[in-house]
Design a protein around this ligand. Structure first.
Ligand SMILES: *[C@@H]1O[C@H](CO)[C@@H](O)[C@H](O)[C@H]1NC(C)=O
Ligand SMILES: *[C@@H]1O[C@H](CO)[C@@H](O)[C@H](O)[C@H]1NC(C)=O
Ligand SMILES: *[C@@H]1O[C@H](CO)[C@@H](O)[C@H](O)[C@H]1NC(C)=O
Ligand SMILES: *[C@@H]1O[C@H](CO)[C@@H](O)[C@H](O)[C@H]1NC(C)=O
Length: 580
């Protein structure tokens, strides 16, 4: 089916060049103005709370109405509001936030340490996207991005291709922290933003350095499977540290940018082929159907040979994958990749519909097709049998990745079931995350009387509200054939609409039969052994013997208001809990 629509699409583009977009979206996409307006109203309410209590600060804590500056203190929310306000046609909000961003002094910081990654995706990405959307008139936005970019360049030292991600002492010359290895989501999530910075400043240095880091990451050896880099790598040797493979936090946007950057600049070289290699290995080694449940679900597992091989762990952060594979599958006209994308999106939104609140969790676990949970403890066997997942981390911190994948699914299929699923999810968000100011986080999505957590990070504005809105608004608003979204959902115009990626189509790629066997018998807990150290597992609590990834969700969307160190997110400190 995809093949026909795609061929037809190209004929249309050829005939109607005035449409100025790759015709990859479904012609069935229809606006639902009432729902779009409801999302817009919620955005405005949240923004007004931020404006009233924390204008210019990084983020508002909606319950206590206090402010935090964990990301440099340059108004992360201020910048993350802009592209969404513009897309929603809220010109007053766009204008006042842009004006305030122009007053921000980016030459110094209130934070002792600054993350290159977090700063790049919000400030370099946000300011330049804002510049584009505003018709490329406000050159001072580019100047602000240049001030930020020049400081970030201090992450590259000793002729390393790969930067150190954490910079200390922003005032004056920043110095990088050299005692931490890198994660691939840091080294491989610079090219889109640095490329645009070079484009608009005319200085190629930013792009050149980002490409060095990107190529060093792509070319890392040895890898467990072609294209599947472990999470961590060493800046001086360029070699992997550990062997933990995941598309979740710490790795996610490295994979995400491979096909997106190729689409942005219009190249068939290096990046899209690297993405195809990663996806192919993922289908062969990581894709699995859920075993020991009556639900038909498709998951993308983690992998670590040192920790027992395939590990059935999923996360909210990883749920961007459905959308990313849908986009790549569509551009290649590859039905297998496209259909896995749909299945993954479906399994992710299922964690919402199956939860008592209608909102999905931070982390979940499951059984592989053969029924094994690989030593990771499924605590609630009854819930698992019924629903095909169990909770490993129950909070919800306003993450957007599930809505993001639903957005791609809707725009690329036009199937109204995605709009309905999104609407159900959005109503749940309003009900549970709503406060008298901005949306806030949840303590436990499986509890219909959950407490709220006093945490509302800037990506609520850039991502969650934007993707929710785009599912319901007109299909020509940020058409996927015209714009590429950075990992913070700031849109950039595609450079070249004449590039046809179908020549790269790798042909059919199917998961091995062993990965899709349904109805496997569930092994009893006592029979399972801990494969990581060869010792017999204990009957209870054996899940703890399987180490978690070296890096969990804290990097990409750092739980800044909750904890500033890099510990895996478990539960919010009690002091920050407040009841609904
Ligand atoms: C280009 O940017 C680099 C990195 O900040 C800087 O060192 C260099 O001086 C800039 N070049 C020009 C011509 O401004
Ligand atoms: C990277 O590898 C070098 C050489 O083995 C080592 O000296 C250095 O400590 C490593 N860096 C980190 C951050 O572990
Ligand atoms: C189940 O499948 C996984 C992944 O292929 C494999 O590592 C594991 O040994 C299998 N377990 C059983 C009990 O067959
Ligand atoms: C559900 O949340 C309420 C309110 O925070 C709490 O009192 C109750 O103990 C929670 N229930 C469970 C099963 O955790």
């Amino acid at each position: 089916m995809a093949r026909f629509t795609f061929t037809f699409a190209f004929v249309l583009v050829a005939l109607a060049t005035s449409s100025q977009a790759l015709n990859i979206q479904s012609s069935q996409v229809k606006a639902n103005t009432e729902r779009a307006d409801a999302v817009k109203a919620a955005f405005v309410k949240s923004y007004n709370g931020y404006k009233k209590y924390c204008f210019g600060r990084d983020q508002l804590n909606p319950l206590t109405k206090t402010c935090d500056d964990p990301l440099g203190g340059w108004g992360a929310t201020l910048v993350d509001v802009q592209s969404t306000a513009h897309v929603m046609g809220l010109n007053d909000i766009y204008d006042e936030t842009v004006a305030q961003s122009l007053k921000t002094d980016y030459s110094k910081t209130s934070s002792e340490e600054v993350s290159i990654f977090e700063t790049t995706i919000r400030h370099v990405g946000g300011l330049l996207s804002s510049y584009e959307l505003g018709g490329r008139r406000e050159k001072k936005l580019v100047e602000q991005a240049r001030v930020v970019g020049d400081k970030l360049m201090y992450g590259w030292i000793n002729n390393n291709d790969i930067p150190y991600n954490t910079l200390k002492f922003w005032s004056g010359l920043p110095t990088p922290k050299t005692d931490e290895s890198a994660v691939i989501a840091e080294t491989g999530t610079l090219i889109i933003e640095f490329d645009r910075l070079s484009k608009y400043t005319g200085n190629n240095t930013y792009r050149d350095f980002a490409i060095k880091a990107e190529l060093a990451t792509i070319n890392t050896i040895p890898l467990p499977f072609p294209g599947l880099n472990p999470q961590r790598l060493n800046q001086t040797t360029g070699k992997p540290v550990g062997d933990y493979v995941t598309w979740g936090g710490g790795s996610d946007s490295f994979f995400e940018y491979l096909n997106k950057y190729a689409l942005l600049i219009g190249t068939q070289e290096i990046y899209f082929p690297a993405w195809i290699t990663s996806v192919k290995s993922s289908i062969l080694h990581l894709i699995t159907s859920a075993g020991g449940t009556k639900k038909k679900l498709t998951y993308l597992a983690d992998y670590s040979a040192k920790n027992g091989g395939t590990l059935p762990r999923g996360s909210h952060l990883e749920c961007f994958v459905g959308g990313n594979w849908l986009l790549g599958g569509k551009l290649l006209d590859n039905d297998d990749i496209f259909n896995y994308g749909l299945d993954l999106a479906e399994s992710c939104i299922h964690t919402y519909t199956a939860s008592a609140t209608g909102v999905g969790p931070e982390g979940f676990i499951y059984r592989l097709a053969n029924g094994s949970s690989q030593g990771i403890e499924i605590k609630n066997a009854e819930f698992y049998a019924e629903n095909g997942f169990d909770y490993s981390s129950k909070p919800y911190v306003l993450r957007p990745e599930v809505m993001e994948s639903v957005f791609y699914a809707y725009r690329l299929t036009g199937d109204s079931k995605w709009q309905d699923l999104a609407w159900k999810a959005f109503q749940a968000l309003e009900k549970y995350c709503g406060t008298d100011t901005a949306f806030t986080s949840l303590d436990d999505v499986s509890n219909s009387t959950t407490a709220q957590i006093d945490l509302s990070e800037s990506f609520l504005y850039a991502e969650l509200f934007k993707y929710s809105y785009l599912i319901f608004t007109d299909g020509n608003v940020l058409d996927l054939g015209k714009y590429v979204f950075n990992t913070e959902a700031h849109p950039f115009e595609i450079d070249n609409l004449d590039v046809d990626f179908r020549g790269l189509n790798p042909g059919p790629i199917k998961a091995p039969a062993a990965h899709v066997t349904a109805d496997a018998e569930v092994p009893s807990a006592t029979k399972l052994s801990d494969t990581s150290n060869g010792k017999k597992a204990k009957t209870t609590g054996y899940g703890k013997l399987v180490p978690a990834p070296l890096f969990t969700g804290v990097n990409k969307k750092k739980l800044a208001g909750v904890t500033r160190d890099q510990k895996p997110f478990q539960a919010a400190p009690k002091a920050r809990l407040a009841s609904t």
